[in-house]
Design a protein around this ligand. Sequence first.
Ligand code: ADP
Ligand code: MG
Length: 342
Amino acid sequence: MAIEILPARLANQIAAGEVVERPASVVKELVENSIDAGANRIQIEIERGGHKLIRIRDNGSGINKDELALALSRHATSKLKNLDDLEAIASLGFRGEALASISSVSRLTLSSKPASQDTAWQACAEGRDMAVQVQPTAHPDGTTIEVKDLFFNTPARRKFLRTEKTEFSHIDELVKRIALSRFDVAITLTHNQKVVRQYRAKQDSRSIERVAQVAGKVFQREASFIESGYEGLELYGWVLPVGSNTQPQYTYVNGRMMRDKLILHAIRQAFEEATGSQETPGFVIYLELDPRQVDVNVHPAKHEVRFHQARLVHDFIVQAIKQVVEPSSVQLPYAEHPPQPQ
Ligand code: ADP
Ligand code: MG
């Protein structure tokens, strides 16, 4: 076969395979973009589990009319200029792939108005070359991205979509995780026009009320607050005592939600060393460190990171968590009264 350059849509569809697994992954990418745009209000509207519609509105910086086409192109990003930036990345995004990928496997429209512009414009990418059409629209300051008919043109992916209920539960879980990544952002989630979640903005990043909204009153009542620092590493959050619920188990690194093996290993080890139990109860843990000390570009969906000083970070987490776990475990809190399931 002759060697040919792939048409833009096909190239983007191939790239989409890595990041756009299901409706919840679309929600993740779009909400992260809204957060990167400085929004403090994000509305997420879902219809039919995201099969039919995912619409994200924000009050962030917006996109200039003459950059709309770029926003929809692959390898186009406003968040990074050179390799040095990548070594100390502060934004959630930087790959410049999400909008191009999502729009190659759905019917995506992007409407936006920066405060500096008098009118709003809407863009969509059409055909095999994904040529961008731009037209005037009505929109307040900020951005709305509408994603309809996800995977309508990629039957292989579409086959893997689960029921509306299952897909929505993935979205709900994701929105919970995001809600705990930024307490200062108000987030509303609706499904089939019904409000399902409403997280109000809290100025205090250690507000247990926000945690309670996501993790429940029992978590609020039972969890111990933990805070610790060492050599530029800072950890804070909440952990449940051994014997209680195992949910939620959320971790964040510099505001980014993570499912990082090293962090989870350290947390398990801390509980095991402190209590002798293999069981790890629920926790919400935030780790902050110099962005230059962590490489976020190791996983397309950025669930994992690489710490330059992996051993130090691991041992710091173990010590920090052991400090709060040890004392409470001595009292055997639930020996006679096991906790009621929520
Ligand atoms: P990345 O987030 O990696 O830069 P994306 O494909 O997700 O790549 O987005 C491309 C660009 O479009 C972003 O760099 C940003 O400039 C712009 N953009 C996307 N979503 C928004 C939004 N909600 N508000 C403002 N700008 C946005
Ligand atoms: Mg992005």
